[in-house]
Ligand binder design. Structure first.
Ligand code: UDP
Ligand code: MG
Length: 167
């Protein structure tokens, strides 16, 4: 089944210069990248993305982590991978959430670590299922940033919207 998944290279992946390594591993899947960008993660986006973990004791640290505060790398690389079984292919290449339990040749197994504060720094995020993928892709990207029509969209005319253009 053709589907799409959100992949984030987290701040530890960027700080450790793993972008190329992670993209190379992901290219094994032969999936297509249909959206990509580097962005600064706002607290609002971080808390929305990890809303399902808000009652966990590590939630505050997790928000600091994904915002890049821990690594002094206030950016994340976000991508949408699309193709046959994209969600399960990327998840299995990513490996288990806990990098110590992840298959050692998975991306998290190879590059992840557990901090002394107990946060799993596992270098990338990948959507777990179709529902999560849809929520997450719509949270991180607008329809005009994705080059295939993965979900229904509509056009609107916005008045009085402040926008930055080249000076
Ligand atoms: N996490 C953690 N400790 C835990 C569970 C999760 O530090 O016990 C972090 C880890 O960085 C993980 C993220 O929270 O990637 C999101 O957790 P989730 O359970 O959604 O795992 P994932 O979908 O990323 O495998
Ligand atoms: Mg998850």
């Amino acid at each position: 089944m053709i589907n799409q998944t959100l992949v984030l290279i987290k701040p530890d992946g960027l700080k450790k210069s793993l972008t190329g390594n992670i993209l190379t591993r992901l290219s094994e899947t032969k999936l297509e990248i249909v959206a990509s960008k580097i962005l600064k993660v706002t607290k609002e986006l971080a808390e929305k993305h990890y809303a399902h973990l808000k009652n966990e004791p590590f939630f505050g640290e997790l928000i600091n982590y994904i915002m890049g505060d821990i690594h002094e790398r206030r950016k994340v690389m976000a991508m949408v991978y699309w193709g046959e079984d994209a969600i399960s292919k990327v998840r299995s290449l990513a490996g288990a959430t806990n990098p110590e339990e992840a298959n050692p040749v998975s991306i998290r197994g190879q590059y992840g670590r557990i901090t002394t504060k107990g946060v799993y720094e596992n270098v990338l995020h990948a959507s777990a299922n179709e529902k999560e993928a849809e929520q997450e892709i719509k949270m991180w990207f607008s329809p005009n940033e994705v080059i295939v029509d993965i979900y229904p969209s509509r056009e609107i005319i916005k008045n009085n919207v402040k926008e930055k253009v080249w000076g």
